[in-house]
Design a protein around this ligand. Structure first.
Ligand code: PEP
Length: 249
């Protein structure tokens, strides 16, 4: 019922020229695939190049962030209207690096999530605990607060248009992956929380795992019932490794 979603987050890597070359290599490796949603979230500066390069391919475009205002005097920011004009259909909201380095909070996540939906952008809302929180057995309460606050302004019919990415902070870019069983437990917990807010819509919400996903561990992660896909950082930068993740065979 839930189509697998494999999303690449290029973070602050890839010039427009490098982006073009990566996509030229990636498309032939995955274009035969059915039953997958493949999303690439490059830096803003590569959106224009990629929006042309993905035409006619199964790849969809996403941004890594946005400012939740239509337009205005906000130097350095990018609006959902601008993303929409570049054929973006997804936007990552509240990535842990944004929370850690740029002061994003659950309330900015809530504001951005609602605004993204108003522009028909699918928000990929990131949640996850730090190592400290995990060691103090605070994983579930931390994630519950992030979800309740992050989705607070949404009303019935909007929840199923959201993707949630469970990204334990200690697993991002560290080479440490949550075990498939641990990731499944947290993703199932996330679905329970979403169900307590949104009822049956929770069954339609794709829940992704993120944190050092690689070609070697994707198959086992994808075999878990509540893991519907992956948000992939480092391993999405190379066409060959991202293609293997997308195929997860
Ligand atoms: C990410 O950037 O969301 C991420 C999960 O990174 P990595 O795959 O490199 O751990």
């Amino acid at each position: 019922m839930r189509v697998p979603v494999l999303a690449g987050n290029w973070k602050m890597y890839m010039t427009p020229t490098e982006s073009q070359s990566m996509i030229d290599q990636l498309i032939p490796l995955i274009e035969d695939l059915q039953n997958r949603k493949v999303v690439l979230c490059p830096p803003y500066t590569s959106l224009s190049v990629l929006s042309k390069a993905i035409e006619g391919s199964p790849i969809q475009l996403g941004a890594q962030n946005m400012y939740p205002v239509d337009e205005g005097a906000f130097t350095g920011e990018v609006s959902p209207k601008m993303l929409q004009a570049l054929q973006c259909s997804y936007v990552i909201i509240g990535h842990s690096e944004r929370r850690q380095y740029f002061g994003e909070t659950d309330s900015s996540v809530a504001e951005k999530t609602l605004k993204a939906l108003q522009y028909n952008l699918t928000p990929i809302v990131c949640v996850g605990e730090t190592l400290e929180q995990r060691e103090e057995k605070l994983t579930e309460p931390t994630i519950e607060i992030q979800i309740r606050k992050g989705l607070a302004p949404l009303v019935a019919g909007q929840f199923e248009k959201v993707i949630i990415a469970y990204e334990p902070v200690w697993a991002i870019g560290t080479g440490r992956t949550a075990s498939p069983e641990d990731a499944q437990d947290v993703c199932a917990f996330i679905r329970t929380i979403v169900a307590s807010i949104a009822g049956d819509e929770a069954q339609k919400v794709p829940i992704l795992y993120g944190g050092s996903v690689k070609p070697e561990n994707i198959k086992e992660l994808m075999s878990q019932p509540d893991i519907d896909g992956a948000l992939v950082g480092g391993a999405s930068l190379k066409a060959e490794s991202f293609a293997r993740i997308v195929r997860f065979e």
